[in-house]
Design a protein around this ligand. Structure first.
Ligand code: ACO
Length: 331
């Protein structure tokens, strides 16, 4: 039984200053600007420096989201949820460290490990807490510093990732609000979870000299198998959410898919029969920043005056797990 409606009140993002483009990568690994552009659509990505960890990026994105909200003060935040697979430490959570950086206390703070679908998972959870009346203001963040988990001997993955963070203030919608999270679905199919993982550093394969020597603390991905799952999963979960709310693709003003590969984005748009003007794409500038691609892209589209209050926006992502999900909002 839904007591209240939730809305995205504001967003903010942050990317580290250092920019690494395809020509820089050509000097580091056996690759080419042409291969990266044609196969992925990427040109630049941002790299955290040696002093920056996930909570540092998350903090800056969170402060920007709070600044962009007319109605939220730090003390109003009642819960912090962070989607990340590259937290500062295996424990405690990046969300707890973020709570401390924001000067907050005595509120729940936890991380969600859902790979690139992390931000969609955080919104879905925040929505439940607001709809059932337990909270009225929640900070959600997607943040990743995957460049510190890259295997530089695997050219199939090392060119793909960038670092960044995106945050949103999720609030209870008032009865006269046009903004609303209309619907959301999160799910996972773990039958092929091995395709995308960090093999060592957990309880299955604890850190040892051998695991370090074999680069097992880095991102392992069977990219072309993942590719095939990505389009199908995002299409299916998107259609589920749209149909559940008796809407059609014609009602959608903007689609923001996870930015992992331009060919995945184009195939998804083709299946959805979405004109390319409706699809928000930032992959050329930021690469794959995993759980933060969607809030980064949405913040950029708002800043560019593309997405406006009242627009219907569809978010969809796919990632490690294998997880996937979609969120339908009226911004
Ligand atoms: N530069 C030059 N050549 C390369 C590079 C590179 N960086 N990487 C691979 N190649 C070569 C390969 O060696 C191979 O050569 P061969 O044909 O001589 O053997 C050829 O290019 C093709 O390799 P594929 O791996 O088949 O390339 P593909 O077209 O599948 O593209 C990619 C690879 C970009 C990784 C793609 O599969 C992809 O985007 N997959 C999905 C990624 C994704 O969605 N991940 C989910 C989210 S990530 C997360 O949750 C953390």
């Amino acid at each position: 039984m839904i007591k209240y409606r939730a809305k995205i009140d504001s967003l903010g993002n942050y990317v580290p200053k250092k920019i690494v483009n395809n020509f820089d990568l050509e000097k580091m690994v056996d690759t080419s600007d042409e291969w990266i552009r044609v196969r992925t659509g990427m040109f630049e990505r941002h790299f955290a420096d040696e002093t920056e960890a996930a909570s540092d990026l998350a903090y800056k994105a969170a402060e920007n989201a709070i600044y962009n909200s007319n109605t939220t003060r730090h003390k109003d935040i009642q819960m912090i949820i962070v989607g990340t697979i590259s937290a500062d430490h295996p424990f405690p959570s990046a969300a707890c460290i973020l709570q401390n950086k924001l000067g907050l206390k005595d509120i729940p703070a936890f991380d969600i490990s859902a790979g690139c679908t992390g931000f969609i998972y955080t919104i879905d959870i925040a929505k439940q807490y607001i709809e059932n009346g337990i909270c009225d203001t929640i900070l959600v963040v997607g943040v990743e510093v995957l460049t510190k988990l890259i295997n530089w001997t695997d050219r199939g993955t090392c060119v793909l990732f960038g670092d960044g963070a995106g945050a949103a203030i999720i609030k209870r919608a008032e009865s006269n609000d046009i903004s609303q999270i209309i619907g959301s679905k999160i799910t996972a199919d773990a039958s092929e979870w091995e395709l995308l993982q960090q093999k060592a550093g957990g309880s299955r394969l604890p850190a040892s000299h051998e695991t370090v020597d074999q680069n097992l603390h880095t991102v392992y991905m069977e990219g072309n198998k993942i590719f095939k799952h990505a389009v199908k999963s995002m299409y299916n979960v998107t259609m589920d959410v749209i149909k559940e709310h008796n809407m059609s693709l014609k009602d959608i003003d903007w689609i923001i898919p996870h930015q992992a590969n331009m060919r995945i984005i184009e195939s998804l748009a083709d299946r959805l029969k979405a004109p390319k003007e409706k699809v928000v794409v930032t992959i050329e500038r930021f690469g794959n920043t995993s759980s933060s691609t969607i809030p980064i892209a949405m913040t950029e589209a708002i800043k560019a005056n593309q997405i406006k209050r009242g627009d219907i926006v569809l978010l969809t992502a796919f990632g490690a797990g294998l997880t996937y999900g979609s969120t339908l909002i009226r911004y």
